[in-house]
Design a protein around this ligand. Structure first.
Ligand SMILES: NC(=O)CCC(=O)C(=O)O
Length: 271
């Protein structure tokens, strides 16, 4: 199992409705991310980076079966011997449904994770254009148990808890989270890290689409809730190194998992 992981979070300015431009820009940013010394072990990309929230044209713009995205990311990973959490994209299924799906690829270019956002965000009309996923985002990265949740998903503490109970020590969060909810973003990410005593690696987009201002602030939070690295609002690459041993250390210090009383608060109540 990897003890330490070097991370690079690509806080990209996504151009809504322009996949060609976004593929070209992401390629430049990925090349920039691996050119640095020391080279990252894992690169993380924001939510819906291929199309942005051009939801009224999403049927025409979404990547059919994710084929283009998977070939592009897999090839990059293999050439550079790096893991990529390829944010999420608009993926068009054979059924015609479009999902907001995140992928992970390892250093050999193998797909190690695929997760479709399970909570669609009504404030940005996702429920009108996208189909929700029905499975959790558990996977293994370099021998480490990990999880992935997408943007609005972080408002659901039960989901992060489930992933932590299943062994996740790192949670990846690709996002397109805009103003005026910066304080929600920062507080929720820190809360998910503290309550589950795990690393949270959250990559938001920057830039403006229509009237919506995306604030960036991609960040890495450690299992003690400390912010290890945080970006400003501009397009940038945030770098950080994390030591996975800290998860066990914090869990040993305050034994939250051993002290849980699920029989009292996980029983079904009448809503
Ligand atoms: N893309 C999203 O899921 C945005 C979520 C968001 O902005 C929120 O406040 O929640």
């Amino acid at each position: 199992m990897a003890g330490k992981l070097r991370l690079a979070l690509v806080q990209m300015d996504v151009h809504a409705g322009d996949p060609e431009d976004n593929f070209a820009r992401l390629e430049q940013l990925l090349e920039e991310a691996v050119a640095a010394e020391p080279k990252p072990d894992v690169i993380v990309v924001p939510e819906m980076w291929n199309t942005g929230y051009a939801l009224d044209r999403i049927q025409e713009l979404a990547d059919p079966a994710g084929v283009r995205t998977k070939a592009f990311v897999s090839d990059f990973c293999r050439r550079h011997r790096v893991n990529v959490m390829a944010g999420s994209i608009a993926e068009k299924r054979e059924s015609g449904d479009v999902t907001n799906t995140a992928y992970g690829f390892d250093r050999e270019g193998h797909e190690i994770a695929a997760y479709s956002k399970i909570h669609l965000f009504k404030l940005m009309d996702e429920h009108l254009h996208l189909e929700a996923g029905g499975q959790l985002g558990r996977f293994e990265l370099e021998g480490v148990q990990a999880g992935v949740m997408i943007c609005y998903d972080i408002r659901f503490p039960e989901l992060a808890r489930r992933l932590a109970l299943d062994g996740a020590k790192v949670l990846f969060v690709p996002a397109e989270w805009p103003h005026p909810r910066l304080h929600h973003w920062r507080t929720l990410l820190q809360a998910r890290a503290i309550e589950n005593q795990m690393f949270v690696v959250a990559c938001n987009r920057s830039g403006v689409s229509g009237d919506t201002h995306f604030f960036g602030h991609s960040m890495v939070v450690d299992p003690w809730g400390e912010i290890v690295a945080e970006a400003g609002e501009e397009e940038t690459i945030v770098r950080a190194e994390i030591d996975l041993a800290l998860t066990d250390e914090v869990r040993g210090r305050i034994p939250v998992f051993a002290d849980r009383r699920p029989q009292l608060y996980e029983q079904h109540s009448v809503d």
